[in-house]
Design a protein around this ligand. Structure first.
Ligand code: AMP
Ligand code: MG
Length: 404
């Protein structure tokens, strides 16, 4: 039943659907995906206006040295009057409507800045320094497709069209459940045998960073009753993510209880490292990700499988991070058969992206994860990569500068 990396991800993405649409205030839409295409409601700009502080003129009236009487002044927000008479100038500010009759603006810097009359220093061409009605966007034009992520630029556009509220796809409530008899909650006393449940926190952080809403279910113990209770609660959310209890150990009961609760298991085990025991299933529209317990494995499998699925549920068009090529600094050896996710540090060296291992790739080493700003995808078939070879990475974070 084990799947390749690519097949597992394709299968997961084919199962999940965007959530119901809701209307929210513009600022609550930041980072979310717009749920309907947007056609421009207005021309942008809405009227011909000046791109500079200066004088509205007729280009044909202007030669270097021409003196024109100044017959009026139009500030931003002012009316487009007086109309420009031939052989005259109207003082005009940036964004102010162009007076009828004018076909160019001469910036102050190219004049003597006179008040009653102005001397033009340079040459003037028709259309100079004018922003024409509709030159940016014409009314009716498609400016955003459904599924576009709303960044400040898109928010600006919506605001410019007068949209105070916007239709976006819902944010999934994502239940997070850690399992294991060895776990204690943050804030509870530790004994020599126990460890703090950190996975719930890393997964909740990752869910939040993806724009979804984590629901902390705490810890289920490695027994059927505890798992039944917690997993039942988790299945009432839009998605469920569990950690641990999916390896072949005899206490790994998560999959068993999920099946009992009606989750259709679509696969167990992926040919990847780390994260091999990952399982995935669906109950109705609720995807269930059973991630391994090892903290590094759970973070990486979240990144590779759960995050894209959550983004799809939130209606984003781009759910996978782009694969970028970077030059490997050192040779890398691996066993064939599984895709390896290598924690790497990517940096710019003479303007080129280069990549080096972030440290010990043992899954027990969290420190390597802390140093990593990208994941390199080492293909299942390969046994070796040479120094200087280009490999594929996707970013977790920003590219660092070698100097830092
Ligand atoms: P398992 O998948 O149950 O075999 O767990 C693998 C490793 O991950 C073990 O060393 C666990 O103690 C550790 N682990 C499991 N769950 C968590 C958790 N919630 N937080 C931190 N470490 C965990
Ligand atoms: Mg365990």
């Amino acid at each position: 039943m084990s799947k390749s990396f690519e097949d597992a991800r394709t299968l997961i993405l084919a199962q999940v659907r965007p959530l119901a649409v809701e209307r929210v205030d513009l600022l609550d839409a930041v980072g979310r995906a717009i749920a309907e295409p947007l056609d421009a409601g207005l021309d942008m700009p809405r009227f011909d206006n000046s791109a500079m502080d200066g004088y509205a003129v007729r280009a044909e009236d202007c030669q270097p040295g021409t003196v024109l009487p100044v017959i009026g002044y139009i500030p931003a927000g002012g009316r487009a009057e007086p109309a420009l008479r031939p052989g005259c100038a109207v003082k005009i500010m940036t964004g102010a409507p162009l007076p009828p009759g004018a076909d160019a603006v001469v910036p102050f810097e190219e004049t003597d800045s006179g008040d009653a009359a102005v001397t033009i220093h340079g040459k003037v061409k028709a259309q100079d320094h004018i922003r024409f009605r509709g030159e940016d966007i014409t009314a009716g034009q498609r400016v955003m497709e459904a599924g576009t992520t709303l960044r400040p630029a898109e928010i600006s556009l919506l605001a410019s069209f007068g949209c105070a509220r916007v239709a976006v796809y819902g944010r999934p409530k994502v239940a997070i459940l850690s399992t294991g008899d060895e776990l204690v909650e943050l804030g509870q006393p530790l004994t020599d045998e126990t460890i703090i449940n950190s996975n719930s926190w890393s997964l909740a952080a990752a869910v939040k960073e993806a724009g979804a809403e984590p629901v902390m279910l705490g810890i289920a113990r490695d027994n059927l009753e505890s798992l039944r209770e917690k997993l039942t609660a988790g299945l009432t959310c839009d998605a469920l993510i569990t950690s641990a209890g999916v390896s072949a150990g005899d206490r790994d009961l998560v999959r068993e209880v999920l099946e009992e609760l009606g989750v259709q298991q679509l696969f167990w085990k992926i040919d990847i490292k780390p994260g091999r025991p990952t399982a995935f299933g669906m109950k109705g529209a609720v995807p269930v990700f059973s991630l391994p317990g090892n903290p590094v494995s759970s973070m990486i499998t979240f990144e590779e499988f759960a995050r894209p699925a959550l983004l799809k549920m939130m209606g984003h068009r781009q759910v996978l991070k782009p694969l970028i090529k970077a030059t490997l600094k050192q040779p890398v050896k691996k066993k064939p058969g599984r895709t390896h996710f290598m924690r790497v540090t990517v940096f710019a060296e003479n303007g080129e992206l280069v990549v080096a291992s972030s440290g010990d790739q043992n899954t027990g080493i969290l420190r390597t994860m802390l140093r990593a700003n990208a994941i390199a995808i080492l293909s299942a078939e390969r046994e070796r990569y040479e120094a200087g070879e280009e490999i594929q990475i996707h970013l977790l974070d920003q590219v660092t500068d070698l100097a830092n």
